[in-house]
Ligand binder design. Structure first.
Ligand SMILES: NC(=O)C1=CN([C@@H]2O[C@H](COP(=O)(O)OP(=O)(O)OC[C@H]3O[C@@H](n4cnc5c(N)ncnc54)[C@H](OP(=O)(O)O)[C@@H]3O)[C@@H](O)[C@H]2O)[C@@H](O)CC1
Ligand SMILES: Nc1ncnc2c1ncn2[C@@H]1O[C@H](COP(=O)(O)OP(=O)(O)O)[C@@H](O)[C@H]1O
Ligand SMILES: [K+]
Length: 508
């Protein structure tokens, strides 16, 4: 279980913190980082005899590796260090660490050695950390390819080499760690895009620094503490009118399921009443699975709710466009998803109305929808997901959830969150519709936008994670399976507001 409610800093923020504390830090930060890495390595090598291999690079990440190597040698453990650079070109701290290693009797090999007969107890990547500046090629790319092919645990120091700490992009090739020991604070690139696949389990070592005390964070990890204050056990004396009316608008011909999925999710997250407005004249009059849903024609449903979620299966024809325009002019809290976003992307007039709207609104694009909204390619969105999410939030003066592995929640004021629940079982059609319904259902119950979005996104992923524990997925997990799991988790959270493992420092 990872720590919770952690601040997250792009590289520039980590550098600011480092520069503020480095001149006076005793012991020096690199000593702390190397020791912390060694402590974690010991844990990974329990019951794994034999030497460990540390591959050290030309910067301070390599310096951490030398400190770690020295600790192991002094503890009597066999350690092999590969280092292909010129020691005289190491930065000051790393040079000190190198000298301390050689003074203690350590040696370096200029190429990767063949593994010992029993294999390495642990392979450590200290090649590049937050200083990675360009795609890795040549010798270091060959090293990483060889290291990735080795069996057993693989640990990265700070950031897997080749992974961009800001964006989660692989630059050329990246080390595939089973564990990453990261320093001072989490970095966004570890938690989104290709980050989670390359970091494995992330262990944060703060090095006795209070990052948020040094530099107030703009970005935080989503955890239950962020929103639990908004979720209350139900009083006995309540009725459905206390829990809001959610309206889902969508369901053009061939797409009714999308709107129904959203409606079911809104019910399961506790909305008092859920209306589903369908565009399809021949759509179902009743949902046989969830007859509690009140189904009507889309144009008649709009007036019914204090929260409107529009988009699932909406289509993009004139009727859809007119409905979206009406929704934008209503005073209800809005969730815009799917074709509602595509319409905004293709009709500047609607986009302008969305920008000028004053009532609270959240946009929940996947990367393709985000690309249409910003008029750029999906690759450009994914190249820097955080930047894209923040640009959208500013542009529409609204909350934005940029979905995908490591969903970003961005606010127009530049604050952001990243969610770590969820799994690849969610890479199947309809999962986004469920999120839309969850947000609509939470907003209908009166949660403010910050709380509803954090709770909805976290709950969405947590429900899919619960299904995994039951053997449902990742392959073949279905969106319709999520709402019941959402209900179970939400009730557990409300009954036990701070479950074990979800503690940690107070949120901002
Ligand atoms: N500072 C501190 O207080 C603390 C820092 N700590 C540790 O330091 C790490 C940051 O160290 P760092 O800034 O030296 O960067 P690092 O990641 O070692 O890489 C830079 C080197 O790589 C090179 N290089 C870059 N890209 C390349 C490529 N594609 N292919 C080839 N070469 C490439 C680049 O060369 P250049 O671009 O200058 O030619 C330069 O030589 C951080 O992640 C943490 O582990 C901890 O000890 C805690 C305290
Ligand atoms: N690999 C993954 N890891 C975590 N979450 C994922 C993953 N794949 C998809 N999701 C989540 O599932 C949902 C998919 O939404 P979307 O792409 O809009 O689907 P649809 O349009 O079919 O409903 C998003 O909330 C997304 O964050
Ligand atoms: K590394």
């Amino acid at each position: 279980m990872h720590n919770c409610c952690q601040p997250i800093y792009p590289v520039a923020g980590i550098r600011t913190i480092e520069h503020a504390v480095m001149p006076t830090a005793q012991p020096p930060l690199m000593e702390r980082a190397g020791r912390a890495s060694a402590e974690e390595a010991v844990r990974l090598m329990i019951d794994r005899p034999g030497p460990l291999l540390i591959a050290c690079g030309p910067g301070n990440n390599g310096g951490d590796g030398f400190v770690m190597a020295r600790h192991f040698m002094q503890a009597g453990r066999e350690v092999v260090v590969a280092f292909a650079s010129n020691p005289d070109q190491l930065p000051v701290d790393a040079h000190k660490a190198y000298t301390a290693w050689t003074d203690a009797g350590g040696q370096t090999l200029s190429d990767l050695p063949a593994p010992p007969p029993g294999g390495w107890a642990l392979v450590v990547d200290a090649l590049f950390g937050i200083g990675l500046r360009r795609p890795i090629e040549g010798r270091y790319a060959d090293w990483i390819r060889s290291l990735n092919a080795l069996p057993g645990p693989r640990m990265s120091i700070d950031v897997p080499s080749g992974l961009c700490a800001d964006t989660g992009r692989v630059l050329g090739i990246a080390f595939e760690a089973t564990h990453t020991v990261t320093f001072i604070a989490l970095k966004p690139g570890q938690l989104t895009l290709d980050g989670p696949d390359h970091c494995g389990e992330i262990v944060l070592k703060r090095l006795d620094l209070d990052a948020n005390g040094q530099l107030p964070a703009q970005g935080w990890e989503v955890c239950t503490k962020l929103f639990m204050h908004a979720l209350h056990p139900r009083k006995l004396n309540t009725h459905k009118g206390n829990f809001g009316d959610a309206v889902i608008v969508g369901g053009a011909p061939g797409m009714c399921g999308a709107a129904l999925l959203a409606g079911r999710a809104a019910l399961r997250v506790g909305a008092g009443r859920v209306f589903v407005g369908l565009l399809d004249d021949r759509g179902p009059a009743v949902d046989q699975v969830q007859p509690e849903l009140m189904i009507r024609r889309a144009e008649h449903a709009l007036a019914d709710g204090n929260a409107i979620a529009i988009g699932p299966g909406l289509g993009r024809d004139a009727a859809a466009s007119a409905l979206l325009e009406r929704a934008l002019h209503s005073s209800a809290t809005l969730v815009l998803d799917a074709d509602a976003l595509n319409l905004l992307g293709s009709d500047p007039r609607l986009a302008q109305q969305a920008r000028e709207r004053e009532a609270p609104m959240v946009l929940t694009p996947h990367p393709g929808e985000a690309a249409r909204l910003l008029g750029i390619s999906t690759d450009e969105i994914q190249a820097d997901r955080l930047k894209s999410a923040l640009a959208l939030a500013r542009h529409f003066d609204s909350h934005v959830v940029l979905k995908g592995c490591g969903s970003f929640i961005a606010r127009p004021d530049g604050q952001w969150r990243i969610n770590r629940t969820g799994n690849p079982g969610m890479a199947s059609a309809g999962m986004g519709d469920v999120l839309t319904g969850l947000l609509g259902g939470l907003l209908a119950q009166g949660l403010n936008m910050d709380d509803a979005v954090a709770a909805g996104v976290h709950l969405h992923g947590a429900a899919a994670d619960l299904l995994l524990t039951r053997g449902i997925g990742p392959i073949g997990m279905g969106a319709a399976e999520l709402p019941d799991a959402v209900r179970q988790i939400l009730n557990q959270w409300v009954a036990t507001p701070h479950p074990p493992g979800r503690g940690g420092p107070a949120h901002p």
